[in-house]
Design a protein around this ligand. Structure first.
Ligand SMILES: [Zn+2]
Length: 73
């Protein structure tokens, strides 16, 4: 459920970088090849990674706030 190193399959025109991508989940494990295969990046993966990065940033801000609060008490 996260960003993963790029992988592709011979049947698709794009490579994937997120294991939550529906297109990536269509690829049987045995057909997955490591790397980009000189294909174009999958747009769905791109959006998933961006959304997950945003979530991670929000979590870091919250942690920073918590440690700042702990320093005061
Ligand atoms: Zn994808």
């Amino acid at each position: 459920m996260a960003q993963v190193p790029p992988f592709y399959c011979l049947q698709q025109l794009v490579y994937h970088t997120n294991d939550q991508c529906p297109q990536a989940q269509d690829i049987p494990l045995t057909n997955q090849l490591a790397g980009t295969g000189e294909k174009v990046a999958c747009l769905c993966c791109h959006h998933l990674n961006k959304a997950q990065q945003k979530k991670k940033v929000g979590y870091n801000v919250l942690r920073r706030f918590t440690s700042w609060k702990n320093r005061l008490t």
